[in-house]
Design a protein around this ligand. Structure first.
Ligand code: SF4
Length: 361
């Protein structure tokens, strides 16, 4: 009998599929993407939530009594983040006041549908929801912007506007911090993209679990070490039935990021640890002291944080309002034109770089 038990444990340990290799009691239901362990559903949910709790505690992401906005797009990452954070908040008495914060970019057939999902999440989790729209903040919807500029550079406008919209929404909610659903795959992709673009300023901060601590509203990423595949599996939990929105943005070109994503997925197939290793590599990059970094100041026009005379959103908006949308995309014209490119740090050159703003959630 003891021999049989030993064999079952050995098989499970090898991924033989007899028993869950964590509890050694139930049959495994899945192979865990992060570790390739054969585990049962119950252990998967437990370990998934426990790891996120550990990341929160070890990195001191929150303090008791803080007001936290969760960037909510209606997609899988932010939906799972809202659910897990409210669960952990109750289970471990974090003492947080949680809110959902959404941005309506004005993309018909995409964001209007995904916002319906967020509204449903608001009811399900009982978290107050605030929606800020590009139309109200900037006077333009993404539909109108794309009509003017076409499908090239649209993500530059969208990403810049979203970053600021989230900050403004967070200020309206008077929160202490903004939590976003960036997962380990997103961060590994961003490390790779920043290397490919030679964007040292972004490379140095893209792996930080908390950013913007010197600004008014820091942002944090509780899913920094959580694999996308596990976020996809997690909602199949019998404990909670909830919805998320999985359609891609209709204006998404993003070939460059798509290439990096595919590359990382290929690496992950061969070696799941590759995602964590890329993040570790990013964390260990040291910036040479001779690299000139952008100095942070405030935009002369709107007061938003900026390393230039005008913030990116104001430059882009000026171009749109003047019917010269390339003003903010080009390198030499406009109010921020004084420094020549060869005098600028790499990090301030990336106006034209594409980044799916969806990842800013
Ligand atoms: Fe905005 Fe992302 Fe759509 Fe680009 S792909 S327009 S960044 S939502």
């Amino acid at each position: 009998m003891a021999e049989a038990d030993g064999k079952a444990q050995k098989d499970a340990g090898r991924g033989g599929g007899r028993l869950c290799c964590i509890c050694q009691a139930r049959k495994p239901a899945l192979k865990r993407p992060k570790t390739l362990q054969q585990i049962c559903r119950e252990c998967f949910y437990a370990v998934f939530e426990a790891e996120i709790h550990e990341v929160i505690v070890e990195n001191r992401l929150f303090k008791p009594g803080e007001r936290i906005a969760i960037g909510a797009s209606g997609g899988k990452d932010s939906t799972v983040l809202a659910y897990v954070l409210s669960e952990l908040n109750q289970r471990h008495n974090y003492g947080l006041d949680l809110f959902l914060l959404s941005v309506d970019e004005g993309i018909t057939g995409y964001r209007d549908d995904s916002l319906e999902t967020v509204k449903r999440n608001e009811m399900q989790y009982g978290l107050p929801l605030k929606i800020v729209s590009y139309k109200d903040l900037y006077g333009w919807t993404m539909d109108e912007i794309v009509k003017m500029i076409g499908m090239k550079n649209n993500c530059t406008f969208c990403g810049v506007f979203r970053r600021q919209a989230l900050d403004r929404g967070a200020a309206m909610l008077k929160v202490d911090k903004l939590a976003t659903g960036h997962n380990a795959d997103d961060i590994a992709e961003t490390v790779l993209l920043n290397i490919l673009r030679g964007d040292i300023a972004r490379l140095s901060r893209c792996t930080s679990i908390t950013t913007g601590e010197d600004g008014p509203i820091p942002r944090c990423k509780p899913f920094k070490y959580t694999y996308e595949k596990e976020i996809v599996i997690y909602p199949l939990t019998p404990i909670s039935f909830y919805y998320y929105f999985s359609t891609e943005c209709i204006y998404s070109p993003n070939a460059y990021r798509g290439f990096a994503r595919e590359f990382i997925k290929d690496l992950e197939r061969i070696r799941p640890r590759a995602i964590l290793d890329i993040i570790r590599s990013g964390e260990n990059f040291r910036i040479s002291t001779s690299t000139r970094m952008p100095e942070q100041g405030t935009c002369e026009r709107c007061g938003y944080i900026s390393s230039q005379k005008w913030c990116k959103a104001c430059v882009l908006l000026e171009g749109l309002n003047k019917g010269l949308p390339k003003l903010g995309i080009g390198r030499t014209r406009g109010p921020n034109a004084e420094p020549k490119q060869d005098q600028m740090p790499n990090g301030s050159r990336s106006m034209a770089s594409k980044q799916c703003g969806t990842l800013d959630f």
